[in-house]
Design a protein around this ligand. Structure first.
Ligand SMILES: Nc1ncnc2c1ncn2[C@@H]1O[C@H](COP(=O)(O)OP(=O)(O)OP(=O)(O)O)[C@@H](O)[C@H]1O
Length: 311
């Protein structure tokens, strides 16, 4: 069954078009990733789904409901963890969870969530005294406290150290296993690849591609790369003139040959003809970073880990 349907979403701020034309569908139980460069319109899209922004045109259906017209019903079914959520400094972990759970008709057991998120021993700690990782876990707990069918997680692990990020991923997998549909906005390609069943690449307010992580990678893997060092000097033109080769770069003695088709065997034959041995030969494995570059023309940004510590 369809959990979310976004059709031709368009949203501008004044003259600035933040979301031009975005459409996608998310099935129940899916983890659906959204990736794209800064300012691509990802947050505006998820805020519109959450009913926090009113689209200028297009339609959004959340479990068959309209986020603006059916705001109260959507609130009951949708949990939102947005970028940089802030809470009153003095509120304690247990107080925040209890308070938020009181906003919902059929809340989750907030004590169980506190335990699941590893916050029980911080129950009496004030928000301001929590570490970055703990704040992040609290905001995830608060997104889940209404027992939502769909959770929106925006920049889930930005600012966390690698260990805390991996812990958070495991947590999200556990949440997914309970059947919650997850919409995940992320700058981290490894995170998107690990957690998402499907991913939308958004660029310039439009969907550049939607596919499984493997599907996105396969779409760009027609381009291949071979790297090696040469056992003796080699005339570069012997490779550049091969029909399967598009570029040849040499950096600090390392040859990087990009091309298509039977690239590896063409290069190997050319080297053999020149009686040159390829040392330390590597055939580049395509990953989601490459797909991101191919679809957006830009390298993914890795947000700087903040000063905050995970725990
Ligand atoms: N409240 C606002 N008023 C004016 N412009 C805005 C507002 N919010 C966002 N924008 C602009 O709209 C565009 C899309 O922003 P949005 O936050 O949706 O992108 P994003 O893909 O989530 O970016 P990031 O990855 O940096 O969070 C950007 O150019 C942004 O500067």
């Amino acid at each position: 069954m369809t959990a979310l349907e976004v059709r031709h979403l368009h949203k501008r701020y004044g003259e600035h078009v933040a979301v031009d034309d975005v459409s996608f569908t998310v099935e129940e139980g899916e983890v659906f990733g959204i990736i794209g460069p800064n300012g691509a319109g990802k947050t505006t899209t998820v805020e519109s789904i959450a009913g926090l922004r009113t689209p200028d045109s297009g339609s959004i259906s959340v479990l068959g409901l309209d986020p603006i017209k059916d705001r109260a019903e959507v609130r009951e079914r949708l949990g939102v963890q947005l970028q940089e959520s802030s809470f009153p400094d003095a509120i304690k972990v247990a107080e925040a969870l209890e308070l938020y759970s009181s906003f919902y008709r059929d809340p989750a057991d907030w004590r169980e969530l506190m335990e699941l998120l590893g916050l029980t021993d911080k129950r009496t700690t004030q928000y301001k005294a929590l570490s970055g990782g703990q704040k992040q876990r609290l905001s995830i707990a608060l997104a889940l406290v209404g027992n939502p069918k769909i959770a929106i997680l925006d920049e889930l692990t930005t600012g966390l150290d690698p260990q805390a990020r991996r812990d958070t991923w495991r947590l999200i997998e556990r949440v997914r296993d309970t059947g919650v549909t997850i919409l995940l906005v992320t700058h981290f390609m490894d995170e998107a690849e690990r957690l998402s069943d499907r991913i939308a690449v958004i660029d310039g307010g439009r969907v550049a591609a939607v596919d499984t992580p493997a599907g996105l990678i396969a779409q760009v893997s027609a381009v291949q790369q071979v790297q090696f060092r040469v056992s003796q000097p080699l005339d570069k033109s012997l490779l550049t003139e091969l029909p399967d080769v598009t570029t040849v770069e040499i950096t600090q003695g390392r040859w990087l040959v990009t091309g298509r088709g039977q690239l590896l065997s063409s290069v190997a034959r050319a080297l053999a003809r020149a009686q040159v041995v390829a040392e330390d030969l590597r055939v580049a494995q395509r990953n989601l970073d490459d797909a991101f570059v191919a679809f957006t023309g830009r390298a993914p940004e890795s947000p700087e880990p903040s000063e905050r510590k995970a725990d």
